[in-house]
Ligand binder design. Structure first.
Ligand code: SF4
Length: 333
């Protein structure tokens, strides 16, 4: 009996692969790029987000999608229009019971293909499923992915090891830089310390120039020293988050909470940013506001309609109030 068999290297014809500059690109992008380059592929990144990215992504999305996933679809379209052979869209479940990702990341390949199909557009997606809660490690999943491009097991393993090393070096450098900044602030006499604000948000919110970039610029223009919750040592932040809660399932929210606890002493205020509508943030940000006392918090929610309109004004007022308090408040004005 003749049986159709799936080809062993279904991605062997993919030579130019696009990585959307959105969502977990801001967490694992260095590793993904290094992995594909070590397999001999040309990696294409599209331009950073702008108003058009959001408009095209919004057009492709259903209303219920969060702003971050709308931006993601806008980036995918930009890559398709640049003529890449395929776009990399992983499906990421998580690394443990309390180290999971939001369901959007699990469904992302299907969400992407279906959104394009509904809009009458085509996209070829290359995916890998990461679920260390099962019996396959992330390394095994990526080795399997490399083999689907036609690489040998040994070549795929080498590419994965290089990817991990590149990402570790980058994350380590960012954490080291921020730690050095925190230490230098802590050494200053109290009166000379700059106003220090921690931006706590998913990395694709805080570091996307169209979303968090506006907040970072506004804070710096006001003379504040800006720290990022996702640029502290992730493993330490994750561990610290258990002082706050044992039941939060989302890994990135855990890291943000752990980072807030770790930096609580050196910061003057917190900007909690979220992309509307975000399920994990709506629960965790509310818990942060209710349970982490002693530091003023500015909550900013960015949606597809209003974007970042009005954000600068709110950030300026927040910094003004904190600066005033730092100088001793109204009684010492
Ligand atoms: S965690 Fe929130 S912002 Fe991120 S993809 Fe999920 S719903 Fe969107």
């Amino acid at each position: 009996m003749h049986m159709d068999r799936a080809p062993r290297a279904p991605y062997a014809d993919v030579k130019r692969i696009g990585i959307p500059r959105a969502l977990l690109y801001y967490r694992y992008g260095i590793a993904w790029q290094a992995f594909f380059e070590h397999l001999g592929l040309e990696v294409v990144l599209d331009a950073p987000s702008d108003r058009l990215t959001l408009e095209t992504g919004d057009h492709l999305s259903v209303d219920e999608c969060c702003l971050a996933s709308k931006l993601f679809l806008g980036h995918v379209l930009a890559l398709v229009e640049r003529g890449v052979d395929a776009v990399f869209v992983p499906s990421i479940m998580g690394y443990g019971r309390f180290e999971t990702f939001c369901t959007k990341f699990q469904a992302l390949p299907d969400l992407t293909v279906n959104a394009f199909a509904v809009a009458g557009k085509r996209v070829r997606v290359v995916s890998v499923r990461i679920d260390e809660r099962g019996d396959e490690s992330e390394e095994q999943a990526f080795i399997g992915l490399g083999q689907r491009f036609g690489a040998s097991r040994k070549e795929a393993k080498r590419a994965w090891r290089a990817a991990v090393a590149a990402q570790r070096a980058y994350d380590g450098a960012m954490a080291h830089e921020q730690e050095a900044l925190v230490k230098s602030i802590a050494k200053l006499p109290e009166a000379d310390r700059p106003l220090t604000i921690l931006v706590a948000a998913h990395p694709y919110v805080s570091h996307d120039p169209f979303v968090g970039g506006v907040v970072e610029d506004a804070l710096r223009e006001q003379g504040a020293c800006v720290l990022f919750a996702d640029e502290t040592d992730r493993a330490r932040s994750l561990k610290r988050s258990y002082d706050f809660s044992h039941s939060i399932p989302w890994m990135v929210n855990r890291e943000l909470i752990g980072s807030i606890l770790a930096l609580h002493e050196v910061i003057d205020g917190i900007v909690l940013m979220s992309a509307y509508p975000c399920g994990p943030d709506s629960m965790c940000d509310d818990a942060i506001e209710r349970c982490i006392k002693g530091k003023p918090i500015l909550t900013l929610t960015v949606d597809a309609q209003a974007g970042t309109a009005g954000v600068e004004t709110r950030v300026e007022s927040f910094v003004d109030i904190l600066s005033y308090q730092k100088k001793g408040g109204y009684l010492n004005a």
